[in-house]
Ligand binder design. Sequence first.
Ligand SMILES: [Zn+2]
Length: 375
Amino acid sequence: MLANNGLDAVTAYLRDNGMQRPLLVADPNTWAVLGQQLHAVLDEHNIVHETFVYDNAEPAADEEHLGQLAQACLHRPDCVISVASGTITDLTRYTAYLMDIAHIAVCTAPSMDGYASSVAPLINKGHKITFLAKAPELIVALPAVLAAAPRKMIAAGFGDLMGKITAKADWLLSHHLHGEAYCQATQELVDTAVQRSASLLDETHGDGTGADEESFVCEIMEGLIHSGAAITLMGFSRPASGAEHHLSHYWEMEALKAGHTPELHGLKVGYGTWIILQVYEWVRQRREQGELSIAEADAFDKATSFLPSAAEYALLAQKAHVSLNPEALKLSEGQVRQAVKEALYVRERYTILRLAEAHGWLDSLADMVQVRWNE
Ligand SMILES: [Zn+2]
């Protein structure tokens, strides 16, 4: 729920469902933003609970931090409440799954689409792997808190949401070319979210302050929740993730290998969406020159009629503070071009990059792609 009636929704849910041993999980930042407040609200309602606050402000979703959370569960909680954005929500969701207990997500930033999801991307021996996890029974997001989140996190949420544009084209391409099952109703859930956020940004978002900002972040948040729910409905991430996510995963693995902290997922996805839109435009030119088979050309036309141009998208991204500059994502130009050639191997999923690979076009695409807006 997106509501200003505050954290009472959490206490009501705990009481209504007979939960008596909740564990509240936060990091020092999210504790200050909302954790402490929730702790006080639970005390006011005489709800006995434990709290676990990570020592470091940026815990990773890895074995070490999962172990710390497991040790905090010694009193056998019957519910884990994450007060967080991405990483801690993922760690908590996975812990809830392992212990088979309820998960409640209290959101501190509209930065990613995993809040309603039933999977958790975790680092395992240096690799990011998607594990089954527990979708939250209750999601609480307060508009004023979302609007006060760091601008970069709001931009990341917008970027993750915009990635659904190319994810949809990839899904349709696979559907029309290879008969992969396609769910119109699930896609519509995602489409509505993307369109509403983009048009609200276009029409009302100004300098990032005031009432418009609250409407804008709520729209993004609802979109992200719907998108996560679409993943849960389908049981896999197809409606929310295509080649733009494969680029992001590739860059993330590069950063982990080099021992760097990767940039926010949604910022990489927002940038990757621009790159993949360029790939679609390039393939369209080949299609117009008759270089696709009849079946490929037919599927391509059906899958791409709704796509914006890369330039149109770039204007939207800029307005939402999604950087289209590799340095802002701690990436080199070489890493961007290398990902165009290799990112298709991070997942089995069929995307536009697989079509390009089948024609031997990946090297040309890697050379052609524009990596900086306004360079
Ligand atoms: Zn994503």
